[in-house]
Design a protein around this ligand. Structure first.
Ligand SMILES: *[C@@H]1O[C@H](CO)[C@@H](O)[C@H](O)[C@H]1NC(C)=O
Ligand SMILES: *[C@@H]1O[C@H](CO)[C@@H](O)[C@H](O)[C@H]1NC(C)=O
Ligand SMILES: [Zn+2]
Length: 415
């Protein structure tokens, strides 16, 4: 009986240990940058990525000459050395100790108010939204864009200066991938700037559109990055042995049309069916209610410094690609002006990799929304997903410059 009790107790620890507030640590984890020199090396990396080998691919395998960032656990060091010494790669250590970056990222805790000098948790972000509604009762309204598997509300705000703007509605999405904290920080700063800036050109753009901000698209995953595992990407829905679906492979347009995995343990698991996730399903229902008014859908990711244009399933220049590309180049130029930060502009497949089932593809393909961009924000891998808090403001400012340019340019092109 005692043994049985011990067994049950151990099971309990195994299954529920993570809920005891224990944080996954990344001591000694390194990020290597591998640049494949041949097609064979590219294929080998793809195999490694798809076999759930214990490596965490921070960026995707694109092709010969394109660097790939891979996080390697310390006890995999020798195994990974074999990968490197198999030849075919230029390799170097890019981040020597991931836990050090995480420790530097989260010095607790000066203020619960958003000042964009640190990263905040879900409740602080939601409180910021509620405070804006109190502060600007005639302009800002709280919205619920859906809910999650674990029962959380997916909160956002609508900003509207005039009912006449209803057919020029812009929707800003962020933090659909849980570990990309910079994205919700940039989105909340942008929201604040649209409300508070005194720059005439900003006022012009802000007050001639309706805006929807939903800063945390994946609250379950986001909370999990705060409580348990900083490097979590997916939702938290349990599927057999592993949890979570990649919420940006789960949307119902060209679902499962390349660049997603059928393995629940993979970081790009697409889910058993399109919109299997409560969050993507309920958010998509919300977006559908405003879709006829939608002029712009902007999705924020990190990292790599890219402006991505639809679609993720095809490299063909579909819909208004030329228009998006031209404005994208101007937006990249205005982004670079402040700080010299360089962005690459292009179709998802062309400049990144095949990735089907994304939210932007679904919006573009379903509703024909004219302005559709996905940002991959700072940086280019020095810190990767763990961008230091002192880069929140510079990153937000330059991103904002580019957003203003996008809307100024499209205001000349669209009715
Ligand atoms: C927005 O577009 C709809 C459909 O074309 C139209 O009925 C409505 O009057 C427009 N709203 C404004 C404020 O122009
Ligand atoms: C970016 O701008 C900030 C001030 O806004 C400045 O301190 C920093 O040196 C700049 N970085 C680069 C790379 O230009
Ligand atoms: Zn992402």
């Amino acid at each position: 009986m005692k043994m049985y009790t011990t067994f049950v107790f151990l099971l309990f620890i195994t299954f529920f240990g993570q809920n005891w507030g224990e944080q996954v640590r990344y001591d000694g984890f390194k990020v290597y940058r591998l640049t494949p020199k041949s097609q064979e090396a590219v294929e080998n990396l793809r195999t490694l990525e798809s076999t759930n080998s214990g490596y965490d691919f921070w960026t995707d395998v694109r092709g010969v000459g394109h660097p790939v960032d891979i996080m390697v656990p310390p006890h995999y060091k020798y195994r990974f050395n074999d990968v490197i010494s198999s030849g075919g790669f230029d390799a170097r250590v890019y981040v020597p100790d991931v836990q050090k970056l995480i420790d530097n990222e989260t010095p607790r805790k000066s203020t619960r108010q958003l000042e964009w000098t640190e990263y905040h948790d879900l409740e602080e972000i939601y409180q910021f939204l509620r405070d804006l509604v109190k502060q600007y009762p005639d302009i800002v309204t709280l919205i619920s864009a859906g809910r999650t598997y674990e029962g959380r509300d997916i909160l956002g705000v609508k900003v509207s200066y005039s009912p006449a703007n209803e057919n020029r509605t812009a929707f800003i999405e962020s933090n659909i991938h849980a570990r990309e904290w910079i994205t919700s920080a940039v989105a909340t700063w942008t929201l604040n700037e649209l409300l508070t800036s005194n720059e005439p050109n900003v006022r012009q753009v802000a007050e001639s559109h309706d805006w929807y901000f939903v800063p945390v698209f994946n609250p379950d995953g986001f909370v999990y990055t705060k409580t348990t595992n900083r490097m979590w990407r997916k939702t938290r829905t349990p599927y057999f042995l592993c949890n979570g679906v990649d919420p940006n492979r789960n949307w119902g347009y060209h679902f499962n049309d390349g660049g997603s995995s059928g393995d629940p343990c993979s970081d790009t698991y697409r889910g058993p069916s399109a919109f299997s996730e409560t969050s993507t399903r309920t958010i998509s229902e919300f977006i559908t209610t405003i879709a006829p008014k939608l002029q712009a859908y902007i999705s924020l990711h990190s990292y790599s410094q890219m402006f991505l244009l639809p679609y993720g399933f095809s490299s063909a220049h579909l819909d208004n690609y030329d228009q998006l590309y031209e404005v994208g180049i101007k937006a990249a130029a205005s982004l670079a002006q402040r700080n010299g930060t360089e962005y690459t502009v292009g179709n998802i497949v062309e400049i990144m990799y095949v990735a089907s089932g994304g939210s932007m593809d679904w919006v573009k393909g379903t509703f024909g929304t004219p302005i559709t961009y996905t940002y991959e924000l700072r940086d280019k891998g020095t810190y990767g997903f763990i961008l230091p808090p002192d880069q929140i403001l510079p990153c937000a400012e330059e991103t904002f410059d580019s957003l203003i340019t996008i809307f100024e340019e499209f205001d000349k092109l669209l009715p």
